[in-house]
Design a binder for this molecule. Structure first.
Ligand SMILES: [Ca+2]
Ligand SMILES: [Ca+2]
Length: 405
């Protein structure tokens, strides 16, 4: 559906694990090729990773500087009606049972609320009623330890580890045909504008899940950190191997809300209740100043912050989490209108992002350790993110779900 996904491919890779990518194989290949071409123009294209393409617009004149969270979130939400489905008798190791039910999905305009940032989040409206069946969900983001077990069992090779092929990009300089991924690299000085994210994103040859910051970095001692540099097909491949699947966006949000209705965060409406840090986000002036007041300047091992009412950790912050749905900004409008189902929704059939027409994107949720009220405040539970499906990054991970047997 994009120039990348339709790029011709003459043969297939031979590693058995590659077959896990299934129908996404062509996408995987072409995406990796693009990642290898680290020219500035392509980097600009690739680096738009679930973050605003430009500085979000300033609040309109006359907007109150601060609204109580209840005023910003409550009016259009209705109570969650959880199903009475008890957890199945069988255990699911490392997973918690999410009972399912009907809930109000979406986000009120968060501008003007504390920690709400300045992005109107229009793609998360209208707030609308959605129902999901019960399911199991990983209590945590998938960790390096878990992903290593998958790779050991399958010899799976992630997109970021595969060098691009010269024949797919005739004329590309050989030095650009290198495997790698996108890494956050903060500038050593404050930036005057947040419109140019090339100021803090770099394509790093040799960066991948084993080497999150580049070839000289390692996951040794970080086994309980969430795995990163996983593109969408990589996450799907892990889920398939584990007998699981990626959550739909509706499942993810139902779970993140923990049975509550209309809260700003998975834990409530106060960003720091009683002064406690509830998620791994960014403190300081983004992107140059990182005070790490929450204890973690970068990734945190999973389970470092309190779980939500369903027992799920890090549903806000730490790493973005891939969802199964294609991204479109009008998905909620179509669901509200009955054009898309509101019962166990799986999203639209195709992707479209007016910021980058023709680029295939899946939904991501929850924000990351880089989220701040100055930029991309998508730790707010009802907000939505999106990313090009073949692009990994050192703040993108995932967790899985599983249906009841
Ligand atoms: Ca932090
Ligand atoms: Ca997360």
């Amino acid at each position: 559906m994009t120039s990348r996904t339709s790029h011709p491919r003459k043969d297939a890779p031979t590693t058995p694990a590659r077959r896990h990518a299934g129908s996404h194989f062509l996408t995987t290949t072409s995406g990796q090729i693009m990642l290898g071409l680290a020219a500035a123009g392509l980097l600009w294209w690739i680096c738009r990773l679930a973050i605003p393409a430009a500085a979000p617009p300033a609040p309109p004149p006359g907007r109150p500087s601060s609204l109580p969270a209840s005023a910003a979130t409550a009016p259009r939400f209705a109570p969650t009606a959880s199903l009475s489905t008890a957890a199945p008798d069988t255990e699911a190791e490392g997973m918690v049972w999410i009972p399912g039910g009907e809930f109000s999905m979406g986000c009120a305009d968060p501008r003007g609320i504390p920690y709400g940032g300045s992005n109107p989040m229009a793609d998360a409206r209208p707030i609308h009623r959605v129902s999901v069946a019960g399911f199991w969900m990983d209590a945590t983001e998938v960790t390096n330890r878990q992903f290593a077990a998958f790779v050991a069992a399958t010899n799976y090779v992630t997109i970021a580890e595969i060098p691009p092929r010269a024949e797919d990009f005739p004329g590309a300089p050989a030095e650009n045909l290198v495997a790698g991924s996108i890494v956050f690299h903060p500038p050593d000085h404050p930036v005057s504008s947040l419109t140019n994210h090339l100021q803090w994103w770099r394509y790093v040859p040799g960066a991948n899940w084993r080497h999150p910051s580049g070839p000289d970095s390692s996951i040794e001692g970080h086994e309980d950190d969430p795995v990163v540099h996983v593109a969408f097909p990589d996450a799907e491949a892990y889920a398939s191997w584990a007998g699981k699947r990626l959550p739909t966006e509706a499942e993810w949000e139902f779970a993140a809300r923990g049975g509550q209705a209309g809260n700003t965060y998975p834990w409530g409406n106060t960003f720091r209740p009683d002064g406690r840090w509830m998620a791994n986000t960014w403190q300081g002036r983004f992107p140059a100043e990182n005070t790490a007041d929450d204890g973690f300047p970068g990734l945190a091992p999973v389970r470092q912050f309190p779980p939500n009412d369903y027992g799920l950790y890090d549903m806000s912050g730490n790493v973005w989490e891939w969802c199964a749905d294609w991204y479109r900004p009008d998905t909620y409008q179509r669901q509200q209108a009955g054009d898309l189902p509101s019962r166990n929704p799986t999203g639209p059939d195709t992707s479209f992002d007016p910021q980058e027409p023709g680029v295939a994107k899946r939904v991501q949720r929850g924000g990351s350790f880089l989220c701040t009220d100055q930029y991309c405040s998508r730790y707010i539970v009802g907000t939505r993110g999106k990313a090009e499906i073949s692009s990994g990054c050192n703040h993108i991970g995932f967790r899985c779900v599983k249906d009841a047997d």
